[in-house]
Design a binder for this molecule. Structure first.
Ligand SMILES: [Zn+2]
Length: 137
């Protein structure tokens, strides 16, 4: 399967592009640590940004922060339970609801995240024009 845009057979996997970007940045950081004089830091920032941009384009899919929000809701419910003891019944109900939604979304996102990760591992980047594409398409 060649690039759908320019028909080039020269490709690199997105995961490799991503990890190469990370490696490049850390190598540059070591150069600064060894005490490179003058424009060393400027070079690092410019080069690091370029590489990070390419790496970021090829970055793996991120988890949604929705389950984190419900984690906060659960903690808030627990706080209410202690702060307003006369509302303990309502607080406990909220807490139970928060826990329920938290675990529901967590397991649901795991599946969605897994399939997104599987699709990402298949992803290729054309070395000629930089287009991301799946080999099956
Ligand atoms: Zn191409």
């Amino acid at each position: 399967m060649s690039c759908p845009k320019c028909n080039s057979d020269d490709w690199k996997s997105a995961s490799l592009v991503y990890s190469e970007g990370l490696t490049h940045v850390s190598v540059r950081a070591t150069g600064i640590a060894s005490g490179e004089p003058g424009g060393g830091i400027g070079t690092f920032v410019a080069s690091g940004l370029n590489q990070t941009h390419a790496s970021r384009l090829a970055a793996p899919p991120q988890r949604s922060s929705l389950s984190f929000f419900f984690g906060i809701l659960t903690a808030l419910s627990l706080f209410l339970c202690f702060a307003m003891s006369w509302l303990w019944l309502i607080a406990v109900l909220f807490c139970a609801l928060g826990m329920f939604v938290y675990f529901e979304t967590e397991s649901g996102h795991d599946e969605a995240h897994e399939s997104a990760m599987a699709a990402w591992r298949e992803l290729r980047r054309c070395e000629r024009c930089g287009t991301f594409y799946k080999p099956t398409e």
